[in-house]
Design a binder for this molecule. Sequence first.
Ligand SMILES: [Zn+2]
Length: 472
Amino acid sequence: MYPAALTLLLAVALAANGRTVLKPGWNMFSPQQDIEVGQQLSPDAERQLPMLNDSRVDSYVNNLGLRLAAQAPGEKYPYRFKVVNDKEINAFALPGGPIYINRGVLDAADNESQLAGVMAHEASHVALRHGTNQATKASAAQLPLAILGGIIGSNSTKAALAQLGASFAVNSILLKYSRTAESQADIMGTQILYDSGYDPNAMAQFFEKIEDQQRDGGPVEFFSNHPSPDNRIERVNQEVSALGGVRRDSLTSSREFDGIKRYLQSLPGPRAGGRLQGSDDRRQPGGASGSAPDWPSERLVGVENSLLRISHPDNWQAYGQGDAMTIAPRGGLVDDGQGNQALAYGVIVNIFEPRWDGRGSQLQPPGYGQSSGQESATRLDQFTDQLVQELRLSNRNMRVIRYREVISVDGDRALSTYLSNDSPLGGRETDWLVTVERPDGLLFLVFTAPESDFQRYDGTFHQMVRSVRIKR
Ligand SMILES: [Zn+2]
């Protein structure tokens, strides 16, 4: 009895010291909302992607995927795996479980454990909630949390995502991971392979192989969604040793895998033009390679939310519901290079709730009692200052370039303030902040364009301000 118990204790201690323990990061969404996001976006994905829709291949891949996902630690998500009829080597996961594997991955994999490696990597993105974690970080980068917290709380998940510009598109914030997220998915993927009985080196071997392919030929799509972390192979090898090395009986391939590969060769290839639409929707960071969004159309269309009605060029699109709205041209929302979504061209409309500390003034909360025009003016000035301070908290390089001037919005006294900030395209941007006092806070609009382009958008922005009708 005694020696057996001792061995057991030793094994537990090794396990505790061995493998890297990973947990999902900061997230404003709940795990249940991850599942909802996946359920809402997967029909869009399957409409836009050339799905293979072959029951033999799909059921092989799904069964393999479920076996792997069963080993993923943490919350149990409704994983499902489908094959896309696309020869590019790529794979991606939506939050909460839907995972898509391109046919090109099956073609490129030498054995089942390499295919399992890619699938375990994708399942790890789901388990670690990387999609909604990045949406959370992006929203925090774009606006003060005080404002965004309200959006997530009061609207549906889909509205919150729309506000962030998150959708199913290849460059969507939900699908473009940071290098840190990639490294985590590698580590957890390696653990899943090991726990499922596969050769834990297989994932890293596959990535090495497609990296070689990238050196020899064109870019491999996989790396545009899954950027290679530094020292990828070394880090995986380290984890394999931490797990105790490759088991002698580990699985490499299966007859079924070989059968599926042969069968796939007999299936028709993807139709020409079957590639994902909208993959060039968003500009790449840096700005040098991207082109400016389409010139704003002169035809205006109206859009309204709970705060106001506003007109915008008919080739721009409005996102969001409730109090928050983003109106942007195609290409106006960009990746800032950190996997965060940011507004480079366009307008944000929202309401800001000022703090009422009452210190040093006789001011009263908005709508309280009768106030003279003079008090109201002071309040608008104060609230605008507070908003600028809040914006500067989350945008460290933001500064005021033209101090507030009085203008009129729909007949109400309003303030115009010009700010300069880092553009997500590189260089500086100009932000024109327009603020109007409302009974429930400060209505604000931020018109954004890169500094070098701002002049060209100025006319459109002024037209939009003139079109504002405040809901009273
Ligand atoms: Zn990845």
